[in-house]
Design a protein around this ligand. Structure first.
Ligand code: WAQ
Ligand code: MG
Length: 268
């Protein structure tokens, strides 16, 4: 029997600035519980209480739903954020992203990639060779949505993460988002760090289905963060990619491997 699913999306703002967002695929039965949970998170956000909170509920056509898998999870513990960014650079270079594109992404994320030097609502699309920004709107960016974990995968993932004391919504949501991004046509890799001032971790995700968590990618208290998707696709296929990221429903039904923590000592 197929269960009807709804795309539930939330976004919260204050002073016309994006504070937080969330996206899930839920049955009608679970809609209320999940929406209340999102509302509470928006109201208690570390970037301050939201002023306006928008909810969107739209049905998903079951025949359109694709099945996906989580990337393998690697946990890299670094001693300071500069070391974290060096590690991210090495991983992205190894994934085939050019030094120019990596530098453009890091500079934009560090300076605030939206006009006015603030964080974007969604992600940048960066040409993985030239470093050119390709997203049509540099304030909104591209928002990945209509993806979720199946109930079984969510439970399995949370218990695996708990063993590394990492069962928190940032990790679960970032893995879910990265799974969709890596499944998209034309994506080479992703770089992300949070815009929450109290969350300093981020990750590099690569097309070989690896999610490399990096414990520090920015200084504590920093409110600028975001996401860069490195892409290799002609301009005419860009519209297809954006539409896929925003609209293609994807349910993640398989977990990846969870690797033990790796400590990176500073080189002397
Ligand atoms: N689609 C595209 N971009 C998004 C989305 C989305 N659905 N959600 C957030 N972003 C962008 C947006 O620019 C945000 O400002 C930025 O990402 C950061 O979002 O392993 O918490 O929700 O410990 O603050 C990564 C590390 C945490 C997790 C990422 O991101 C781990 C995080 P946040
Ligand atoms: Mg945030």
């Amino acid at each position: 029997m197929s269960v009807e699913l709804n795309s539930l999306r939330m976004r919260a703002e204050r002073d016309n600035r994006h504070i937080s967002g969330a996206e899930r695929l839920v049955s009608l039965e679970d809609l209320g519980t999940v929406a209340v949970d999102m509302l509470q998170r928006a109201l208690q956000h570390p970037c301050g209480q939201a002023e306006r909170i928008y909810f969107y509920v739209e049905p998903i056509k079951c025949e359109q739903l694709l099945s996906g898998c989580l990337p393998d999870f690697f946990n890299n513990q670094v001693t300071h954020w500069q070391q974290g960014r060096e590690l991210a650079k090495e991983m992205l270079l190894a994934a085939g992203v050019s030094a120019t594109a990596i530098a453009a992404a890091i500079r934009n994320l560090a300076d605030g990639a939206a006009p006015g030097g603030v964080s974007m609502r969604g992600a940048m699309l960066i040409d993985s060779k030239t470093g050119e920004r390709l997203e049509p709107d540099q304030a909104r960016g591209v928002r990945v949505s209509r993806m979720d974990l199946s109930a079984g995968v969510r439970a399995q993932l949370r218990s695996l993460l708990a063993a590394q004391k990492l069962d928190n919504p940032h990790v679960v949501e970032a893995l879910t988002l990265a799974a969709k991004v890596l499944a998209a046509p034309g994506v080479v890799a992703e770089l992300c760090w949070s815009d929450d001032p109290d969350y300093t971790a981020g990750y590099v995700a690569t097309a070989d289905k690896r999610y490399q968590r990096i414990s520090l990618l920015k200084p504590a208290g920093e409110e600028r963060g975001g996401r860069a998707f490195f892409v290799q696709c002609g301009k005419q296929r860009l519209a297809v990619l954006i539409d896929w990221l925003e609209h293609q429903p994807l349910m993640i039904e398989r977990v990846g491997r969870i690797h033990p923590v790796r400590y990176w000592r500073e080189e002397s």
